[in-house]
Ligand binder design. Structure first.
Ligand code: UDX
Ligand code: UDX
Length: 466
């Protein structure tokens, strides 16, 4: 089948950038991204490209090239579904907050809603592509709904095509992916659907990087990839605590082991803990699936990755408290960074939220500066934890649009996100306006230790022993 009309349900961090790149690379395909959230669609359509709902380096250029040429953002979900030959489902699949599997399983209610909507609206055959990360065997549930709800003579093929893009580098990950994974049924119809999607990607991805598997392998590979990546971060973070006790330096250890080509250098940066919308959710999901099958050892093994990560965030906060003479009450602590990593405005599961929560419980005053995160987002992140009233969160945390103001009169600065601009600041000036002794807690191993020590800072770098 020659695909010339694609629809994507969900204009979020995954759907938006992915479709923008498909549209840019395939001018012969009309790509319509739909979302129930009107404000989000309006933002994707805003003439002012700085208002796009997702900040990704390079994305504005791609959107401006393809938008209203063959890339459209719309709230007319049904129309777009009916028109398209291929429909991507890219809605969010958060961890369930209620009922069976609460706190662990993926909440599939939006996926199911999409499947029912597609079934109700479709008047021609469709290839439905799972872009959202889903528990293994979700495709069969989607197929059940489509086959039983749809008008009898319409045929649906389900493909799994997980997205491996990382935020902050979404555009280059999409343009130059390590691999594109497509899982489909082993039937001739399934294979045809796989070919149709492969041909879309083949417009810019070399054929040898397009990997095809059965549906279940594809679904499980996505969870596994994220679990392995998160495991590396938790592994190096576990060692960071030992480094601090023994006088080793975690960056040196990471470099030494990373030069072993079997281990490799990536994802070995010790940090205040991983965040983002995927790692924790996908591991919890994996743990839940393993438990469902009675595989308790498997479940416990992977759960440790999360336990270690929670420990790292708490440990960072407790170290600040202990170092500031066991009391941070009424002390101003400046946070540089709130996003879960640099080059994104996304704060989902960001370590900063949890560190702030611990410090607010000790009644400190937190002053936050982040180059991309708006203050409203910071408050809603804290409110979501439900630790204290939203009024108390607003009293305890103040946001700044100027980093020097955020640090003025502070007792300590905590580096929570590795934004490059932090390295370029006039640290002497910051030091001159702080309380003394002036502490820096570098949760990202970002700053130049010697330079800061020379200025007079007491510098604590995660994973570095004395
Ligand atoms: C993605 C993936 O889809 C998810 O599986 C992965 O694990 C995390 O990343 P993401 O794009 O980050 O999700 O989610 P989000 O930015 O929340 O976007 C989802 C969009 O879907 C939202 O804009 C929401 O309004 C929309 N949506 C949700 C619909 O249009 N219809 C629905 O029924 C539900
Ligand atoms: C991740 C996967 O990388 C991506 O393939 C998948 O599609 C979605 O989930 P993302 O969450 O955007 O992407 O960011 P990633 O770069 O993987 O970082 C996740 C977290 O781990 C961040 O908080 C980051 O700061 C942290 N991290 C990463 C470390 O602490 N140390 C490292 O060495 C690497």
């Amino acid at each position: 089948m020659n695909i010339n009309k694609i629809c994507c349900i969900g204009a979020g961090y995954v759907g938006g950038p992915t479709m923008a790149v498909i549209a840019q690379k395939c001018p012969h395909i009309k790509v319509t991204v739909v979302d129930v959230n009107q404000a989000r669609i309006a933002a994707w359509n805003d003439k002012d490209l700085t208002k796009l709902p997702v900040y990704e380096p390079g994305l504005d250029k791609i959107v401006s090239e393809a938008r209203n040429r063959n890339l459209f953002f719309s709230t007319e979900v049904e129309k777009a579904i009916d028109e398209a030959q291929m429909i991507f489902i890219s809605v969010n699949t958060p961890t369930k907050t209620y009922g069976k599997g609460k706190g662990m399983a993926a909440d599939l209610k939006y996926i199911e809603l999409c499947a029912r909507q597609i079934a109700n609206v479709a008047t021609s055959d469709k290839i439905v592509v799972e872009k959202s990360t889903l528990p293994v065997r979700t495709a069969s549930a989607i197929k059940d709904i489509l086959d039983n709800t749809g008008k009898g003579n319409i045929k649906f093929q389900i493909l799994s095509n997980p997205e491996f893009l990382a935020e902050g580098t979404a555009v280059s990950d999409l343009i130059n992916p390590d691999r594109v994974l497509i899982g489909g049924e082993t039937t001739p119809e399934g294979q045809q659907a796989i070919t149709a999607l492969s041909e879309v990607y083949a417009n810019w991805v070399p054929k040898e990087r397009i990997l095809t598997t059965n549906v279940w392998s594809s679904e499980l590979s996505k969870l596994t990839a994220n679990a392995f990546l998160a495991q590396r971060v938790s592994s190096i973070n576990a060692l960071s605590e030992l480094c601090e006790k023994t006088g080793a330096n975690v960056d040196e250890v990471a470099k030494a082991i990373g030069m072993d080509s079997r281990i490799g250098p990536k994802f070995l940066k010790s940090s205040v803990g991983f965040g983002g919308s995927c790692f924790q959710k996908d591991i919890l999901n994996l743990v839940y699936i393993a438990k469902t099958y009675g595989l308790n050892e498997v479940a416990n093994y992977w759960e440790q990755v999360i336990i270690m990560n929670d420990h790292q965030k708490r440990r960072f906060a407790h170290n600040i408290i202990k170092t500031l003479y066991n009391t941070v009450a009424d002390k101003k602590i400046a946070f540089l960074g709130w996003a879960f990593k640099k080059d994104t405005n996304d704060t989902r599961e960001s370590a900063a939220i949890y560190v702030a929560d611990e410090l607010l419980s000790e009644q400190s005053n937190i002053a936050v500066y982040d180059p991309k995160v708006v203050s409203q987002q910071m408050y809603s992140d804290l409110d979501y934890l439900n630790t204290r009233s939203s009024e108390d969160n607003r009293k305890g945390l103040t946001t700044y649009s100027n980093p020097y103001e955020a640090c003025k009169d502070a007792h300590a600065i905590a580096i929570l996100t590795e934004w490059d601009e932090f390295k370029t600041y006039d640290w002497q000036k910051i030091y001159d306006h702080m309380q003394k002794p002036a502490f820096v807690f570098d949760g990202r191993g970002l700053l130049d230790k010697n330079k800061l020590k020379e200025i007079g800072f007491v510098y604590y770098r995660i994973g570095e022993g004395e």
